[in-house]
Design a protein around this ligand. Structure first.
Ligand code: DX5
Ligand code: ZN
Length: 215
């Protein structure tokens, strides 16, 4: 299982400290939660902050856009050359066009689903994308409680994907208590905010999550 710590749960006034601490041999991605105060109630940061993060780390970036108009916002992150740009399927009627645009840049395309959105909604997109970001909480805040029905959704999605090269990333309320079940149900990447930034040793927290996932 790969781990993508969400820096939203870190100390945003001292992010360089967190970035310096991250061991690239341990931390697989850095998850950037971009919230626009419209698609979700909260407002976080945008492409300028993301560019500063990029300049301060060698770890690949995983951009999660919780924004209402991904057609306008997605291209702002092309220069960043992240590993993935993920938009929400609920926010657009032009998912295939957007996916192709992202992939043309040599960037992995992710599509995210809120917990209330039927996974079948992704069927037409499965040959156009590299990653599905399955929300296991309602997007908008870190530190929320994991929604148990996510396991069934994960299994359903795994079956739909078949042998396509599409990785499933789970986001929200992931910890050492549920990560093994998520791995078994087919998740390849876990986003973790609170579980990574609790205490003082982020690398150890990530290693603990990976060890728990392998159980
Ligand atoms: C929620 C965000 C998540 C969140 C994860 O809207 O997309 O990435 O920061 O934080 P935890 O792991 O604390 O639920
Ligand atoms: Zn996220």
């Amino acid at each position: 299982m790969k781990i993508s710590p969400s820096i939203l749960a870190g100390d945003l006034t001292n992010i360089r400290h967190s970035l310096d601490q991250m061991d690239p041999a341990v931390v697989d991605f850095i998850h950037l939660d971009i919230m626009d105060g419209h698609f979700v109630p909260a407002l976080t940061f945008g492409e300028r902050y993301a560019a500063q993060i990029k300049a301060a780390t060698a770890i690949p970036l995983d951009v999660h856009l919780m924004v209402s108009r991904p057609e306008i916002e997605v291209p702002k992150y092309f220069a960043l050359q992240p590993a993935y740009i993920t938009f929400h399927i609920e926010a657009t009627h032009f998912g295939i066009r957007l996916a192709r645009l992202i992939r043309e840049q040599g960037i992995g395309c992710g599509v995210s689903l809120n917990p209330g959105t039927p996974v079948e909604r992704l069927e037409p997109l499965l040959d156009e994308i590299d990653l599905v970001l399955l929300m296991s909480v309602e997007p908008g805040f870190y530190g929320q409680k994991f929604i148990e029905s996510s396991y069934q959704r994960l299994q359903k999605l795994r079956a739909m994907i078949q042998d396509r090269p599409v990785v499933i990333e789970v986001d929200g309320g992931v910890g050492t208590d549920n990560i093994a079940d998520l791995a078994r149900a087919g998740a390849g990447i876990a986003v973790a905010g609170s579980a990574c930034f609790k205490g003082t040793d982020l690398n150890q927290n990530v290693l603990d999550l990976k060890a728990a996932a392998a159980l």
